[in-house]
Design a protein around this ligand. Structure first.
Ligand code: NOJ
Length: 548
């Protein structure tokens, strides 16, 4: 297949969290016109594709992951015409566009749910959801012990028109505003067939599938053994995740994607506990790629990184799929905060912690950009933004924070709007006369803004640009096999080669240890920080081209 058709095998994909990337209309919330105005920036950054977190109409009870209409655009973000314009403009710049579809659950404002609520539980309209009679004499107890991933039980009792409890409950693995859909119902299947075609027809190149291991629930809704174990980051096999029938859905979807010229692609968001389980979603007749979250939760530790890289590549190779690499997204703490040391709950990282964390985060990014497969970057990652821990609670919107009454701080801290300029009411996130951003930016972000970083050749932004540019021009980085330099992989150092016949070999040295490590003979292609006396210092990743 031509390189054009397999772009997704080695792309750099930039995640746009739409509320936080760029605000075109000045209402304090990011939108499509703002994103379109930053396409030149994305082109200069060198990314191959952008992935938008959901932009569909939504009451926004979970940042748009509660969709009330899968085939329209939320007025908060613009219109269908804005989306089409964005796609066209992106394509002109050779940037592909991936949208985020949420098939496990919809919203209580989706027409299916509105229709169900007008009928009695057990009606045909309720069959599109998981509507189950409760336990106890009057159904006053939930049907089982499943817990919502955002805290509390995963069921809400349905009330009749007078507000009286009915003894029937609906399932929501996330917030009560996100009722799980019943994938045994033909209307649900059709809703998503239509949705895929709708967006593919408008030129969308790919779809990210939210909670891709969800959708199918075990018949009879059996209890889980350990209710305390149900966290987003610790997905054990559960009667509501990773059920065998979910693969039938993807075989069907693959046919739809393949019916397009050029074929459209999928990326699965499936939190699974082994690379082998993840690879099962990536068989040739299922999904093209899936997020590999193992580095997203890994510490700054050479052995852990080497093991994860080895195991991930091996598992995906079994099904011929490329591996993906992610160190940040909208669901976890920003990497400078994670890598600088331990911060718990509301503890604010010290300047020393953040300085170390930022250097490591840039080295980590250089490491994943040197690996075979697709690399995902989260908006603002190129600037080295940290997690904003001390947001005012009144601003927090994440249901995880609210459903746990603040026990979990939630994910708002990684979603704070991007700083584009040194000055202005929103540091250039919106127009100069616009509103305050929906989450407050730290004043210190003026110095991390795009404008500030443009001016410095050694800034995180400029080093990221350089790394992506080098990656694009080195065939070994795009297509070469990975070989470990096992002799050098010790004392906290990770060294691998990317080898492609007829092209220079690229050696990547990631120094996660505490002492300087020698470079290799060859040309320095790029580095996350300055070399010291020709050697790679701690917390630095450097790439060299060799001809050996
Ligand atoms: C995964 C998404 O990444 C997350 O942000 C969302 O809250 C859940 N799925 C539920 O849709």
């Amino acid at each position: 297949m031509s390189e054009q058709l397999v772009w997704w095998r080695n792309a750099v994909v930039y995640q746009i969290y739409p509320k936080s990337f760029a605000d075109g209309n000045g209402d304090g919330v990011g939108d499509l016109s703002g994103a379109a105005s930053r396409l030149d920036y994305l082109q200069a950054l060198g990314v191959d594709a952008v992935w938008f977190s959901p932009i569909f109409p939504s009451p926004q009870c979970d940042g748009g992951y509660d969709v009330s209409d899968y085939r329209d655009i939320d007025p908060l973000f613009g219109t269908i015409a804005d989306a089409e314009r964005f796609i066209q403009e992106a394509h002109k710049r050779r940037i592909r566009v991936i949208l985020d579809v949420v098939p496990n659950h919809s919203s209580i404002e989706h027409p299916f749910f509105i229709e169900a609520m007008k009928t009695s539980p057990g009606s045909a309209a309720w069959q599109r959801f998981h509507c189950v009679q409760g336990k106890g004499a009057n159904g006053e107890l939930p049907p089982n012990n499943w817990q919502s991933i955002f805290g509390g039980i995963a069921w809400t009792q349905i009330r009749n028109e007078t507000g009286a409890p009915t003894g029937w409950w609906y399932l929501h693995l996330f917030d009560s505003g996100q009722p799980d859909l019943n994938w045994n119902h033909p209307d649900v299947v059709k809703e998503f067939d239509d949705t895929l075609r709708f967006w593919f027809d408008r030129g969308v190149d790919g779809i990210r599938i939210d909670v891709a291991q969800g959708m199918v629930k075990q018949a009879g809704y059996p209890d889980v053994k350990d209710v305390n174990d149900a966290t987003l980051l610790d997905p054990h096999a559960r009667p509501y995740f990773d059920q065998p029938e979910v693969h039938d859905i993807y075989r069907r979807w693959r046919k739809i994607a393949d019916s397009y010229d050029a074929p459209r692609v999928f990326v699965a968001e499936a939190w699974l506990d082994t690379p082998e389980k993840r690879a099962r979603y990536l068989r040739a007749d299922e999904l093209h790629t899936g997020f590999n979250f193992d580095l997203l939760t890994a510490e700054w530790n050479a052995e852990a990184w080497k093991r994860i890289i080895t195991d991930s590549i091996a598992a995906d190779a079994l099904v011929g799929a490329p591996t993906t690499w992610v160190t940040e997204n909208h669901d976890v703490r920003r990497s400078p905060t994670r890598y600088g040391g331990r911060v718990v709950h509301r503890q604010v990282a010290t300047p020393q912690h953040l300085a170390l964390g930022r250097v490591r985060a840039l080295a980590a990014m250089h490491t994943i950009l040197a690996l075979p497969g697709t690399t995902y970057l989260f908006n603002g990652q190129e600037l080295g933004l940290e997690e904003v821990i001390d947001l005012d609670d009144a601003q927090r919107q994440d249901p995880h924070f609210h459903r746990t009454r603040g026990e979990h701080l939630g994910r708002d801290g990684c979603r704070v709007p991007m700083p584009w300029s040194r000055t202005g009411v929103s540091l250039g996130f919106g127009p100069p006369t616009g509103s305050q951003p929906w989450l407050s930016q730290p004043a210190s972000w003026a110095m991390l803004s795009v404008e500030a970083q443009e001016a410095s050749p050694s800034s995180s932004l400029n080093r990221t640009r350089r790394a992506i540019e080098v990656r694009r021009t080195q065939q070994a980085l795009l297509c070469g096999a990975l070989e470990w330099d096992n002799d050098r992989c010790k004392d906290g150092v990770v060294v691998f080669r990317r080898v492609f016949a007829g092209h220079p070999t690229v050696v990547c040295i990631a120094n996660m240890g505490s002492t300087t490590t020698p470079a290799v003979a060859g040309d320095l292609l790029c580095t996350s920080g300055d070399l010291v006396g020709g050697e790679v210092p701690p917390n630095t990743t450097a790439w060299f081209a060799t001809r050996d």
